[in-house]
Design a protein around this ligand. Structure first.
Ligand code: FE2
Ligand code: FE2
Length: 174
């Protein structure tokens, strides 16, 4: 049966026959996907000082990653890298957007092409991606521990999951 699903992490909606294994927008795993009829918008939070600081840091990291992957996508002549970076830049932009909602920031829907941010070399691109993703996971694990708010914990748990998937893809193709 064709249904509308929504992601409890990023709030995005999609039409599908079955729940996909991941949110196609933010990469959150299946447990966060619900029938659109059951979806409730998460409440706006009063953030602790540490969570605000961690979310600000996360926002900057995600915007930076989205720009670097967008650069790789634009410059690469390898169709696999083009596809992979197209997917990753969109996911990271979605992460910036969902984190931004909590701190009153919006990355917009256009990622600027800054050609100085990357090279067109395949191996270098994958190594850089692995580095960026590992750095993000390291930070997000710490931020998850420091979070007191359930919504913030859920977000970091989902982000860790998505970035760990990116590490797996990178390692499998290096
Ligand atoms: Fe999502
Ligand atoms: Fe991300």
């Amino acid at each position: 049966m064709v249904q509308v699903f929504r992601c409890k992490i990023c709030g995005e909606a999609f039409v599908a026959n079955n729940k996909s294994t991941h949110c196609p927008f933010c990469g959150a795993p299946i447990k966060w996907l619900v029938d659109a009829k059951e979806y409730k918008e998460p409440e706006v939070l009063e953030l602790s000082e540490v969570s605000r600081k961690n979310l600000e840091f996360t926002y900057d990291l995600e915007v930076k990653a989205a720009r670097i992957y967008h650069c790789m996508r634009k410059k690469s002549k390898d169709e696999f890298i083009v596809g992979m970076m197209k997917a990753l830049s969109k996911v990271e932009l979605e992460h910036a957007e969902l984190v931004g909602k909590l701190i009153g920031k919006d990355p917009g829907c256009e990622i600027p092409f800054q050609k100085e941010l990357c090279t067109e070399d395949r191996k270098e691109s994958l190594e850089r991606t692995k580095e960026l993703e590992e750095d993000a996971v390291k930070h997000y694990k710490k931020f998850l521990e420091e979070a007191k708010e359930q919504r913030v914990k859920d977000i970091f748990e989902a982000l860790i999951n998505a970035e760990e998937d990116h590490i797996k893809i990178t390692e499998e193709n290096l």
